[in-house]
Design a protein around this ligand. Sequence first.
Ligand SMILES: Nc1ncnc2c1ncn2[C@@H]1O[C@H](COP(=O)(O)OP(=O)(O)O)[C@@H](O)[C@H]1O
Ligand SMILES: [Mg+2]
Length: 238
Amino acid sequence: MIVFKDICKTYIMGDEQVHALDHANIHIKQGEFVSIIGPSGSGKSTLMNIMGCLDTASSGEYYLDGMPIERYSEKALAKIRNKKIGFIFQSFNLISTMTAEENVELPLIYQGVRASERKARVKEALEMVDLYSRRGHTPNQMSGGQQQRVAIARAMAAKPSLFLADEPTGNLDSATGKQIMSIFKELNKQGNTIVLITHDDSVACQAQRSIRIMDGKVSDIAYDENGEQVAPMRGGTV
Ligand SMILES: Nc1ncnc2c1ncn2[C@@H]1O[C@H](COP(=O)(O)OP(=O)(O)O)[C@@H](O)[C@H]1O
Ligand SMILES: [Mg+2]
């Protein structure tokens, strides 16, 4: 479902070139739960922006569900994003004046989903994250963990084919972070594809597979059931 072929992203800063992604080859199948781990400045956000069709590569090819992404217009990409990708951010990005229910419903209004279907989807999504009883609360009436659960429900309700989460537990304490991870695991069990970006090994190892990024170069890591690294890092397609 996700294929990166020799993706490079170069930022030009005056006379200097920053190779934020350096010939990245990645292959993620439908239904996988993959974490992407790397330190600050390694290229994670650049990778997420390209994977999420928010930015395009300098060179290389990106196929999402077989579609050659670099050949689409900005307008077409916006449509693809709305339809296919559920974003979850470190800072939740909820609208502060809207209730949980309204936040979850909003993207469905943009998508043109009719009212009765919207209502059903909002209920199902808020129930999945165990917040239906708090549907009338605004973000400032909820904890960070609850806000992130609303953000996950918002992504779910739009029925994306890919969940893309950038440091979703980065602003949460570790117990709350675990709750959030268990929701991602449940979503994955239901057949959803999840790509989760983190700088935290204890988060990364909860995915089925990790891709490490270092100075814009990717390599894979595998974990056993105890979260111990079992395969050495290696280059090539991951
Ligand atoms: N818009 C930009 N212009 C110039 N350099 C950038 C830009 N965005 C990111 N970079 C550089 O690209 C590299 C990777 O950044 P980023 O993808 O944000 O890494 P991470 O998310 O892992 O911290 C860094 O060296 C960063 O300074
Ligand atoms: Mg980043």
